[in-house]
Design a binder for this molecule. Structure first.
Ligand code: HEC
Ligand code: HEC
Length: 284
């Protein structure tokens, strides 16, 4: 799961905000909730908790924080529709006592902007999810960064639609909305033990690390969230860029081989791109 990422995030956040005197509620909130929730700062992985004490009663909040899935299993419709609204994302259980949750709720109430209930369905600002992780996920996905255990780049078989990435392989399903379809834990489970033979072979004996899986699922979460707003703006320029690089490489190779003086029987522009495409599609 993305626990490694949460831990890193928590360490950063806790380190940055370690203030002299914190109430018990505040330090619990900072240690356990802040990775996914803000109070009045907008939606992160979970909803903005500002004024949540007006929306839900205390008993419900205590049960939800302790074990949201038990509440869902008990048939609570508020809990299950909330989980559905967050694409099946499961809030982890917290082994906190009722009193500890009350402390946290008091901290939330104290810090909620008065009379300013949160907008529940604000779009997540991808930059806030952790840029470093998204970058890492993207590099791993397209093969710019090798996997620690040597697995194949996802883009050799999968495509994902985003401005940031060149077209990937078409052997397997497009993963642009994989997080909506499968949830992040689902996508990570899929990466760590692929149920599909073609993909399993590519990672046999070369498992992804927790950190890698978390980074890729973060990257996929962001492409999923922003895909509707993606424009083709930069696409042409990127393609031309790659084309030019391809042409230069091919020209360089030909000149090395000393056949630069032969007539141009190859359309280097297309040739360069095909070499590139073939590489992308290659199944390793
Ligand atoms: C890993 C991310 C994560 C962590 C950590 C987390 N939550 Fe959540 N939380 C969520 C998600 C996602 C939801 C939306 C419901 C769902 O999908 O389960 C949620 C929903 C909630 C809700 C319901 C909000 C509403 O609008 O009704 C409350 C209350 C809440 N969380 C409190 C907490 C508290 C308190 C902590 C710390 C003890 C915490 N959460 C830690 C992800 C998290
Ligand atoms: C050798 C080719 C190959 C590689 C490399 C590969 N996959 Fe797959 N993957 C597949 C095949 C084949 C399927 C099965 C169904 C299909 O066609 O989408 C699949 C299915 C999936 C699914 C389920 C799709 C869905 O919506 O049902 C996910 C998620 C996924 N792969 C993620 C990844 C990630 C992330 C990576 C990189 C770490 C990766 N795959 C690398 C071949 C590959």
């Amino acid at each position: 799961m993305y626990r490694a990422y949460l831990t890193v995030l928590l360490v950063l956040v806790v380190g940055a905000t370690a203030v002299a005197a914190q109430s018990p509620g505040e330090s619990l909130f900072t240690q356990t909730c802040v990775a996914c929730h803000t109070i009045g700062g907008g939606r992160l992985i979970g909803p903005d908790l500002a004024n949540v004490h007006y929306r839900r009663d205390e008993a419900w909040l205590i049960s939800f924080v302790q074990s949201s899935q038990s509440l869902v299993a008990s048939g609570d419709t508020a809990a299950s529709s909330l989980v559905a609204a967050y694409n099946g994302m499961i809030m982890p259980d917290h082994p906190l006592t009722d009193d500890q949750v009350r402390e946290i709720l008091a901290h939330i109430a104290l810090n909620s902007p008065a009379g300013n209930p949160p907008v529940v369905d604000e779009v997540v600002d991808p930059a806030e999810v952790t840029t470093a992780q998204i970058d890492m996920g993207q590099s791993l996905f397209v093969g710019r960064m090798p996997f620690e255990n040597g697995g194949a780049a996802c883009s050799s078989c999968h495509n994902v639609r985003t401005d940031a990435v060149m077209t990937g392989g078409s052997l397997a399903k497009d993963l642009t909305t994989a997080v909506t379809r499968l949830t992040r834990p689902g996508v990570e489970a899929m990466m760590k033990s692929p149920p599909f033979p073609a993909m399993r072979t590519a990672f046999e004996g070369k498992p992804l690390t927790e950190e890698e899986a978390a980074a890729i699922s973060a990257f996929l979460q962001v492409t999923d969230e922003v895909h509707l707003t993606q424009e083709d703006r930069d696409y042409g320029r990127t393609l031309t860029g790659y084309g030019l690089v391809g042409v230069l490489i091919v020209l360089g190779l030909f000149s090395l081989l000393g056949i630069r003086n032969t007539k141009h029987t190859v359309n280097y522009h297309i040739y360069g791109r095909q070499i590139k495409t073939r590489k992308d599609r290659q199944v390793i």
